[in-house]
Design a protein. Structure first.
Length: 212
């Protein structure tokens, strides 16, 4: 869900131009599994299996980040691919569960609107030349809570054992996750402005060093 989030200015490190890494393969696998989720939910009408798959896909967001940081596999491609996979997972997962009717409408729309605005703003910042920016702890924590909550909402409407407990677990993860995601959104403006200023400074420095 990751992802998908409020950034901080980032600087490059040697080796970040790699493409073939384990975290990138995991992120790609998450993208390829999204149609499977929709098939299970709507094609097979199997909410339990769809909830399990969505939960696994959400958990892999933490796994690929852990591998990238602890095994020196951070890459520029991964810094783009991972949040893209997070955001698409949110839209596909939350949108599918919303259509299915397994989650309160107000809760789903608060997540979707926030994700849409952040996604559009990120693109605008990139077009304006802002320096590439990374996810903050607040955004990651919010994503984790929401990626836990939505599979639980779906499981609570399935025939699997413990459906009633799943509903309570959904709210226990969802409310803090929603709060943290909006906190990270509030931090977006100053961080975005700083990224724009840093990008402008980078361009000015490059122009000053250009011959002629």
């Amino acid at each position: 869900m990751t992802a998908s989030d409020v950034p901080v200015a980032a600087t490059g490190h040697p080796g970040e131009d790699r493409i073939v890494t384990v975290p990138n393969a995991i992120s790609l696998g998450r993208l390829l599994c999204m149609p499977v989720f929709l098939y299970l939910l709507f094609g097979q009408d199997n909410r339990g299996a769809a909830a399990v798959l969505l939960g696994v896909l959400g958990a892999t967001d933490w796994i690929d980040g852990y591998i990238a940081r602890h095994y020196d596999q951070v890459s520029n491609v991964g810094k783009i691919l991972d949040p893209v996979a997070d955001r698409l997972l949110f839209f596909v997962g939350v949108g599918g569960i919303l259509v299915d009717g397994s989650v309160p409408v107000w809760f789903a729309w608060m997540v979707l609107v926030r994700e849409a605005v952040v996604g559009v703003t990120t693109v605008v910042l990139a077009v304006l030349g802002a320096r590439r920016i990374d996810v903050t702890w607040w955004g990651k924590a919010g994503t984790f809570g929401l990626m836990f909550a939505f599979p639980m909402f779906l499981a609570s409407e399935s025939t699997i054992a413990g459906a009633d407990v799943a509903r309570w677990l959904a709210w226990m993860g969802g409310i803090p996750g929603l709060f943290l995601s909006y906190v990270s959104w509030a931090m977006y403006l100053p961080l975005g402005l700083r990224a724009l200023a840093d990008g402008r400074a980078d361009r000015d420095a490059a122009s000053a060093q250009s011959p002629g």
